[in-house]
Design a protein around this ligand. Structure first.
Ligand SMILES: [Fe+2]
Length: 249
């Protein structure tokens, strides 16, 4: 069994037995997949460890691609392992980060993964805690209710892929002749994003995903980021708190 859901932002209540009773039939080879903004690895606090342990104790295995709101400093410091044909970080033995630009084979299905997204809630800037006058600027922005984030605390430059990650993605797709069963990303290809919300500006990642959309053969593309549940162009499944089950046809 494979279930897919959208952004969790460090709140995993939707996986409690009350909301997700299907887990009673699930084992470690069954999966719950989060399409970015997992948010469980940010500050290393006791609260964070508690919830990661809570997830680890679930009967299923949790998989996630990264979004933009992840603690990339901690996440990317984890050792890289090979799992089901692609690279992963183990947050816990059964809570696994599916890295960017990989093709995984899970339960005889293939998944291309490409996390990351540009943050859009930063219109009033990003503050660097090491810059002079940081404290003063921070509290001024807080008091005046500005939309800003702090580098390394609530915003990370790694939210967008590097050249090496794009190159790895192309190599992985070439290896499977640009044919996979499913695609898992956080943001959408540019044309799909435009249909969802014209306020989101295209960027290098959405343009890259547009190329993937044009060149790949796939059945469905699952994504998060836009905080809504809808289907675009029949095959793009945009999710937030909703959970869908993948059923092989
Ligand atoms: Fe989000």
């Amino acid at each position: 069994m494979i279930y897919i859901t959208g952004d969790t932002h460090g709140n995993f209540q939707r996986f409690s037995t009350d909301y997700f009773p299907q887990q009673k039939q699930m084992g470690r080879d069954d999966y719950a997949i989060i399409t970015g903004d997992f948010g469980g690895v940010v500050d290393g606090s006791p609260r964070e460890s508690y919830w990661l342990d809570w997830l680890e104790e679930k009967p299923f295995t949790t998989l996630f691609v990264d979004g933009n709101h992840e603690g990339f400093t901690r996440l990317n410091a984890l050792p890289v392992h090979e799992w089901h044909g692609g690279k992963v970080h183990y947050v816990r033995p059964h809570v696994i980060h599916l890295m960017r630009g990989q093709v995984f084979e899970i339960s005889s299905l293939t998944f291309f993964t490409m996390g990351g997204a540009a943050s859009h809630d930063i219109q009033d800037g990003i503050l660097d805690p090491n810059a002079p006058g940081f404290e003063r600027e921070y509290w001024f922005k807080r008091r005046t209710r500005q939309m800003f984030r702090v580098k390394g605390v609530s915003w990370w430059p790694e939210e967008l892929p590097t050249d090496a990650e794009y190159e790895e993605a192309v190599r992985s797709l070439e290896r499977v002749n640009w044919k996979v069963d499913y695609i898992l990303t956080h943001c959408a290809p540019t044309s799909i994003q435009q249909k969802l919300d014209r306020n989101y500006a295209p960027d290098r990642l959405t343009d890259f995903l547009q190329t993937v959309k044009r060149m790949s053969h796939f059945d469905y593309w699952f994504l998060g980021h836009y905080h809504r549940n809808c289907v675009v162009d029949d095959r793009f499944i945009v999710q937030w708190e909703q959970m869908v089950e993948l059923r092989q046809t």
